[in-house]
Design a protein around this ligand. Structure first.
Ligand SMILES: CC(C)(COP(=O)(O)OP(=O)(O)OC[C@H]1O[C@@H](n2cnc3c(N)ncnc32)[C@H](O)[C@@H]1OP(=O)(O)O)[C@@H](O)C(=O)NCCC(=O)NCCS
Length: 208
């Protein structure tokens, strides 16, 4: 996709390091002191659930400024069915270009592409403030529960969007986060040694 000086294209092997650096800069100290997402994508690219066609980067005037990616996963339906769905992320925009509309542009394009490939729904953990503008709603409104949380827990972080309207009609069940997203602090620490030193800060608003 090309619009003005923005290009959204598939991530190439030669982009891997630059994409990991971009993710590290964008997520650093946002949700926790430091971040793990640059390591997560490093692993997920090799995961069988990774969707190569939806591994996208955004460039502005030739500079890499954003990325997004998707994984296949499941809802374990209460009636015993496995419902194929997608999960998404990490998604990020370069730190100095946040809140200028690029994230929404990348997200909307990615979702259109996922829909065109025939996928039915996307679920993940995120802020309704950003994702709500692209049609996401609370997953609880679709009767989908988050794994490993008690029934009365606050699920407002858990979001869903149908890519095919009605795809989740008649489905109730539990969403499973793909195993590939689970990494240990020790693994992240080790991986992070391959990047320039960066100060970890404990900041207000972090969730971990
Ligand atoms: C989250 C992120 C991808 C959003 O991209 P962005 O380019 O900054 O967002 P946009 O400018 O396209 O925002 C689109 C809309 O969402 C809103 N929005 C963006 N980030 C938001 C946030 N964190 N909380 C609430 N609303 C937000 C904006 O106000 C904007 O609304 P408007 O069009 O009415 O002004 C980007 O800020 C980022 O990389 N953050 C760090 C990494 C991260 O948190 N990734 C997501 C993990 S779930």
């Amino acid at each position: 996709m090309m619009k003005n000086d923005i290009i959204i294209r598939s991530e190439e092997n030669t982009d891997h390091r630059a994409v990991e650096e971009l993710i590290r800069e964008s997520f650093w100290n946002v949700y926790r002191p430091g971040c793990s997402e640059h390591y997560v994508i490093h692993l997920l690219r090799e995961d069988p659930a990774f969707i190569k066609e939806l591994d996208l980067v955004m460039e502005k005037g030739g500079r890499l400024i954003g990325q997004n990616m998707f994984m296949k996963t499941l809802i374990k339906a209460d009636d015993g069915r496995n419902i194929d769905v997608l999960t998404m992320g990490p998604i990020c925009i370069a730190h100095d270009l946040k809140r200028q509309g690029y994230g929404k542009q990348l997200l909307d394009y990615s979702l259109e592409k996922a829909a065109a490939l025939g996928f039915g729904a996307v679920l993940f953990e995120g802020s309704i403030g950003f994702y709500g503008k692209s049609g996401f709603d609370y997953a609880s409104k679709f009767n989908i529960r988050y794994h490993d949380l008690p029934e009365d827990a606050d699920f407002s972080f858990f979001l869903c969007k149908e890519l095919r309207p009605g795809y989740l009609d008649g489905v109730t069940g539990v969403y499973l986060t793909p195993k590939g997203y689970y990494v240990t602090d020790e693994q992240v620490e080790e991986f992070d040694k391959h990047f320039p030193p960066k100060q970890k800060l404990k900041l207000p608003g972090q969730i971990f």
